[in-house]
Design a protein around this ligand. Structure first.
Ligand SMILES: [Zn+2]
Length: 90
């Protein structure tokens, strides 16, 4: 008795066309800070993180207030319950 597994590759079509600039500008990225999608034009790619406009604001505000989180630290803080320390006043 033998088990023969014939695994079909998933039929994903290869990309045959270049991205359309019209849709590329509407691409949405996943923000690592707030875990939401945001228009890529608004996103800041830093290290291997993506921060949306709002998160960029929080991040630079933290720096302006004398904190010096790295982007990675900021993302971790946001995800592990420290997000209130970044809440923008007003
Ligand atoms: Zn965000």
């Amino acid at each position: 008795m033998s088990t023969v597994s014939t695994r079909q590759p998933d039929g994903e079509p290869p990309d045959t066309e270049p991205p359309d600039p019209a849709t590329a500008t509407k691409e949405r990225l996943f923000c690592d800070g707030c875990e939401r999608t945001a228009p890529s034009a608004d996103c800041w790619r830093v290290d291997r993180y993506v921060l949306c406009r709002r998160c960029q604001e929080e991040y630079v505000t933290a720096w302006a207030m004398g904190r010096r989180p790295s982007p990675g630290q900021y993302v971790r803080d946001k995800r592990f319950g420290e997000e209130e320390s970044y809440t923008l006043s007003g």
